[in-house]
Design a binder for this molecule. Structure first.
Ligand SMILES: Nc1ncnc2c1ncn2[C@@H]1O[C@H](COP(=O)(O)OP(=O)(O)O)[C@@H](O)[C@H]1O
Ligand SMILES: [Mg+2]
Length: 252
């Protein structure tokens, strides 16, 4: 679900995000998967509870961490969305957030349920991400060079994460690639200790939405068992649904 800030008193939507562009995403979570045993933490939907009811979304955190300590890393990229903050909050959706959801749905269409279905007792994970710009679906390139630059950036971004974390995105359609204009001339990557500088052509790519992804850390494999959601493989319409079926066939 993509939404706005929550009414929970522990979450002040203006704190820390008013002075910089950011993107807020909220999603429901069961008490079980939040406070369950440690095995649950190796599920992709698992979260680590830390101080003051703050939680760290493991997958987003691992990918966001690929932009830390460039000098010390063999594999480095800043093209995965950066996690700025994360909260666990309780309650039903505020009218203002429902209104924002309706506007989003009207303008862009959402496949998710309208979030007025949640009771007062519902827990939600609220994530604050860096703002990555417009999704590829809605972005208008100035020239073919920009499209080529985005293609290369995405290829390098995925290569870095594949090398470091055996990462597979598994849902990289044009709603999950964001593009922003930039005044930087180059974007840098480190891959297997080699440093690569790509010409931005004035645009920078950010990869988002790791719901269906898989990655491996020294401690665990994080993934969502896609076999538990058969409807994923029967949808019609966008070309991305055909890709899900092809993935399933190849991985049989
Ligand atoms: N960090 C971000 N910056 C700018 N826009 C974003 C960001 N994250 C999400 N969006 C917008 O919200 C849409 C849906 O977000 P996403 O995380 O892919 O959720 P969903 O699971 O609903 O697909 C994206 O296609 C994009 O338009
Ligand atoms: Mg998405």
């Amino acid at each position: 679900m993509h939404g706005g800030p929550s009414k929970d008193p522990g979450f002040d939507p203006t704190t820390g995000i008013a002075d910089k562009p950011a993107d807020i995403t909220a999603g429901p979570i069961s008490e079980d998967s939040l406070f369950g045993d440690s095995d649950r933490l190796s599920d992709f939907s698992g979260f680590t509870v830390s101080q003051e009811n703050r939680v760290l979304p493991e997958s987003s955190k691992e990918l966001s961490n690929l932009q830390k300590s460039k000098e010390e890393q063999n594999n480095w990229t800043e093209n995965f969305v950066h996690v700025l903050n994360c909260w666990c909050v309780k309650g039903s959706y505020h009218q203002d957030m429902l209104h924002m959801w309706d506007i989003f749905h009207e303008e862009k269409g959402s496949e998710n349920d309208r979030p007025d279905i949640f009771p007062d007792t519902q827990l939600h994970i609220v994530l604050e991400f860096s703002h990555g710009g417009r999704d590829l679906e809605g972005f208008v390139f100035n020239n073919a060079g920009q499209a080529h630059a985005i293609f290369l950036q995405i290829a390098y971004t995925l290569a870095v994460a594949e090398q470091q974390l055996e990462f597979e995105h598994r849902d990289l359609h044009w709603g999950n690639v964001l593009i922003a204009t930039t005044t930087k001339n180059y974007v840098e990557f480190k891959l297997n200790e080699g440093t690569y500088c790509l010409d931005t052509k004035g645009v920078v790519a950010t990869v988002i939405d790791f719901t269906l992804s898989r990655l491996k850390t020294p401690h665990c494999v994080m993934y969502n068992n896609l076999a538990e959601d058969p409807s994923l493989f029967t949808a019609e319409g966008d070309y991305q649904f055909e890709i899900y079926r092809q993935m399933k066939k190849v991985n049989r």
